[in-house]
Design a protein around this ligand. Structure first.
Ligand code: COA
Length: 392
């Protein structure tokens, strides 16, 4: 039956669904604020551990508090041996985000805190997830390459320890520092798709493992966290600066999207990209190969020009555009870029789950339940009468 109703496809743009004290994104002015501080002012000045404290406990830590959270996270890095054994049984070509999502659900099986509904239990789970997700991602990278997982090192901070568990080699200070900045910049971004997914699950009073697994599923998509992997695949595919014009032309003519450009909220270059771009350049210089940085720059400029010409409006770079070449220079496998996003974003997801469940009217999250507009069939003015199988 021809349907004359218009189809709603808003993606909830511009709809405010909750209050939050965790972060603010000012899309017009390109500002990202974590609990009152601009992310760009924190990047390079605080460690990821310090940011975790800020997001979870609503203020920057004092020295003793930072030492405590650092030690708590270190104590929680290990993962159950049963989980490691289960990872060994997975097909080696399984997608790392699928592995991570399943592993997070399995962590719940081993944690009695998943059966307790309280702020204290949620905070304990938050620290466990923040500590264990890097171990899972690194272990999977080793296992799929038929190598033994590397045990976490209590001598290393969060950023350095992940790189160490992934490669088996202790990273130098510059590499560690850059990775720490990446973790700080990706940790939180208000009601993006994965945070919304995590909060929606939390609104049912499900535990943080369930909410986080939902967040990981959402982050894996190409239009969200999956974009950083696709940016690098795109750069590898374009391969040389001479092919940039042709690539842009083909994408725009076919109605496709250039990965790493555009954003649902920013109407200006993403403030995180402005920090990541020079970091990519520096890493490129360090490796003696500026090709991927320069190709990204050329693609950015030419795509912006083409957009103005063809669409009569501007387009901007998002966080994934320069993180791709930066991670590549750091020797991180391309399909781990999105799990690395999750290693950082778990801090934001956890803060949001706690705020959703215990932040407002205590213990009374409002179950999310939006409306939809039914545009399916009716049989005339009335509902259809059931027709038994033999009469259809
Ligand atoms: C992120 C994204 C989904 C936001 O989409 P959105 O909110 O619909 O974006 P806008 O409303 O600003 O843009 C709408 C228009 O710009 C186009 N556009 C947006 N991003 C584009 C891109 N990266 N390449 C080409 N065209 C793009 C859309 O196709 C649309 O065109 P139309 O008006 O001719 O139909 C989109 O920009 C995108 O797909 N980007 C690539 C994937 C990516 O990098 N994701 C990570 C986001 S952090």
């Amino acid at each position: 039956m021809e349907n004359e109703k218009s189809i709603l496809n808003t993606g909830l743009r511009g709809v405010t669904i909750a209050s939050t004290k965790i972060s603010d994104v000012d899309g017009a002015r390109g500002k990202l604020v974590y609990r009152g501080y601009q992310a760009k002012d924190l990047a390079g000045k605080i460690s990821f551990e310090e940011l975790v404290f800020l997001l979870l406990y609503e203020r920057l830590p004092k020295d003793k508090e930072l030492k405590q959270i650092d030690s708590d996270l270190k104590n929680e890095r290990g993962i159950p041996p049963e989980l490691l054994s289960a990872l060994e049984t997975r097909p080696r070509d399984a997608l790392p985000m699928d592995i991570l999502q399943a592993a997070i659900s399995m962590l719940a099986h081993h944690d009695p805190d998943s059966r307790e509904y309280s702020r204290e239990a949620a905070l304990r789970i938050a620290l466990k997830l923040i500590a264990k997700i890097p171990t899972i991602v690194a272990a999977w990278e080793r296992i799929r390459n038929n190598r033994k997982p590397v045990k976490p090192s209590p001598d290393l901070g969060h950023a350095a320890n992940f790189l160490y568990m992934m490669t088996g080699e202790k990273p130098d200070d510059e590499r560690t520092g850059f990775f720490d900045v990446c973790l700080v910049l990706h940790a939180e971004h208000s009601f993006n798709a994965s945070t919304f997914a995590a909060r929606e699950v939390a609104s049912t009073k499900a535990h943080m493992y369930a909410a986080t697994a939902a967040g990981v599923g959402s982050l894996s998509g190409a239009l969200h966290g999956g974009a950083n992997t696709r940016v690098m695949e795109m750069l590898l595919n374009i391969e040389s600066a001479e092919k940039v014009d042709e690539y842009i032309e083909n994408i725009l003519n076919s109605g496709g999207v250039i990965m790493g450009l555009g954003h649902a909220v920013y109407q200006i270059d993403d403030p995180r990209a402005l920090i990541l771009a020079p970091m990519s350049k520096k890493m490129g210089e360090r490796t003696g190969n500026l090709k991927w940085y320069e190709l990204s720059k050329s693609l950015e400029h030419k795509a912006k020009e083409a957009f103005r010409e063809k669409k009569g409006r501007d387009i901007y770079v998002n966080v994934d555009f320069y993180s791709a070449s930066l991670y590549y220079y750091m020797g991180i496998p391309v399909d781990l870029f999105t799990p690395i996003f999750a290693i950082s974003r778990i801090a934001g997801w956890a803060a949001h789950v706690i705020e959703e469940q215990f932040g407002g009217a205590a213990d009374k999250p409002a179950l999310y339940r939006p409306e939809s507009d039914y545009i399916g069939d009716y049989c005339g003015a009335e509902e259809c009468s059931f027709v038994p199988m033999d009469d259809r």
